[in-house]
Design a protein around this ligand. Structure first.
Ligand SMILES: [Zn+2]
Length: 473
């Protein structure tokens, strides 16, 4: 089951997945919606502008950034299983109570608590160089003196598999994989240790999964398989991975020492749930979500305090504006996303009877840069309805469909045919900061957050208030 889970996760976890992308170009989208539906959606122009104005020019201007800054400055990073994450969850619950949201509660989830401890990667031959590194989340540690071994550098799994066990056994495999897409490159982080260990390697290093680097290592989860030896796994910088690749090409003897004090135990964490109850269709749910946990580096402002806060603020702002939609808007801030969408999977499993009531699911976890529209997964009629809704956002240039998937956490529902959307945003720099010390508040901009929050809130309101549900597949 672990292998199967890994295979599924490869394409969905923690980032942009190309496999589920929508191929219909919105400009070429052929729609045949009843005029009544088109007219109904056009009728939301005024309320859309009211919500956007409130965020962008009105009393809430700058407030999204301010609330995120209060949060990340108080708690910093929030790795799953940590007391700090649980304290930050209590803080969000207190804010939701202060704002008089409804049905506020948490849902217990067992998560791993992985701690990195002291760690280092040192090039010993052909010259001494301390290499900036981050152990991969979930990695086992080493003995105190670390492991020292010869390194073999490959650029792909195919290249690794072309080598014999004799060439790999007892060595450290270094993956210098290219970055063509996150989905492709992150496979080396997720399963690189498994593939290297199958050939007898004693350690696994990857080039950090990013499309840009100024010598920054990026962490993220690594998986093991039960019947394959677990070996320590870490990320080095793309610059150092290139250096090792050049040395290897020249046939030079490369000796590396890896030291990691990593430990892991199981803990209880919590998903956060808060509602703005609907009126006549209150059993029907529109979910807005993000994940409250982060990695243990940076402060997780981008991944995913930004997404969490626009989803938390959607029902809060609607309440302030006295805009209570027909359906219930439910904010869910998932825990344990970075460890493999553990909170979302547990929520779906423990609340399965609720699936029939899910009208639409939204998640923001690919950045809260300038909003451009939606990444949509669902029926083509639903896409036509959303295309009409997006026309209402021409004033902020948020009218397009992106080609990414809707989101990793909500894939527990979109995979069942329940329609969902993620925030399509100008996130070209997302992977520059992703899972690094650089994921701090400096990545976020107040005006941009205002637009993203306004867009997110207005879309949630319209979908929750419309006469018809977005049809399922
Ligand atoms: Zn994330």
């Amino acid at each position: 089951m672990v292998a199967l889970k890994c295979a599924v996760l490869l394409f969905t976890i923690l980032g942009v997945c190309n496999s589920a992308s929508i191929s219909i170009d919105s400009a070429k989208l052929e729609c045949n919606l009843p005029q009544t539906v088109i007219d109904e959606i056009a009728g939301y122009a005024n309320v859309t502008n009211t919500i956007l104005d409130y965020f962008i020019r009105g009393p809430f201007k700058g407030e999204t950034w301010k609330r995120i800054s209060d949060f990340v400055d108080k708690f910093g990073s929030r790795i799953s299983g940590s007391q700090n994450l649980e304290d930050s969850i209590d803080y969000v619950i207190a804010k939701a109570i202060e704002e008089e949201l409804e049905n506020i509660h948490t849902h217990n989830v067992e998560v791993p608590y992985w701690q990195r401890g002291d760690e280092s990667v040192t090039l010993l031959e052909p010259r001494i160089k301390a290499m900036p590194m981050l152990g991969l989340g979930g990695s086992i540690g080493t003995k105190p003196e670390g492991i020292t071994a010869q390194a073999v550098v490959v650029e792909s799994f195919d290249e690794l598999k072309s080598l014999s066990i004799d060439e790999i056994s007892g060595k450290i495999v270094v993956y210098n994989q290219p970055f063509n897409s996150y989905g492709e490159s992150s496979q080396y982080r997720l399963t690189g240790a498994i593939e290297a260990a199958k050939l007898g390697a004693v350690g696994s290093l990857i080039s950090s999964v990013t499309n840009f680097s100024i010598a920054t290592p990026h962490t993220g989860i690594v998986f093991y398989e039960d019947d394959i030896p677990k070996i320590p796994a870490a990320a080095i910088t793309p610059e150092d991975a290139d250096l090792l690749w050049r040395l290897n090409k020249r046939g030079q003897n490369i000796q590396i020492n890896i030291k990691m004090d990593a430990t892991s135990e199981q803990k209880i964490s919590r998903n956060i749930i808060a509602d703005l109850k609907g009126t006549d269709l209150r059993d029907s749910l529109v979910v807005v979500s993000g994940h409250i946990d982060s990695w243990d580096v940076g402060d997780g402002s981008m991944d995913d305090a930004g997404g969490s806060f626009i989803s938390l603020l959607a029902p809060i702002v609607l309440k302030k504006l006295d805009l209570r939609p027909r359906r219930t808007i439910r904010t869910i801030l998932f825990t344990g996303e970075e460890q493999g969408m553990i909170g979302a999977e547990a929520y779906e499993l423990d609340n399965r009877e609720e699936n029939k009531n899910l009208s639409f699911v939204m998640e923001s976890d690919f950045g809260t840069f300038a909003p451009l529209g939606l990444n949509y997964e669902g029926s083509s009629i639903g896409k036509c309805m959303l295309a009409e809704i997006l026309k209402l956002f021409s004033s902020i240039n948020s009218t397009e469909f992106g080609t990414g998937d809707a989101g990793p956490d909500i894939s527990v529902w979109t995979s069942l045919g329940i329609p969902g959307a993620g925030l399509y945003n100008a996130n070209g720099k997302y992977f520059w900061f992703h899972h690094t010390e650089g994921d701090t508040l400096n990545v976020l901009e107040p005006d941009v957050l205002d637009a993203a929050g306004g867009f997110w809130t207005a879309v949630a309101y319209i979908v929750a208030n419309m006469e018809n549900d977005i049809p399922r597949e």
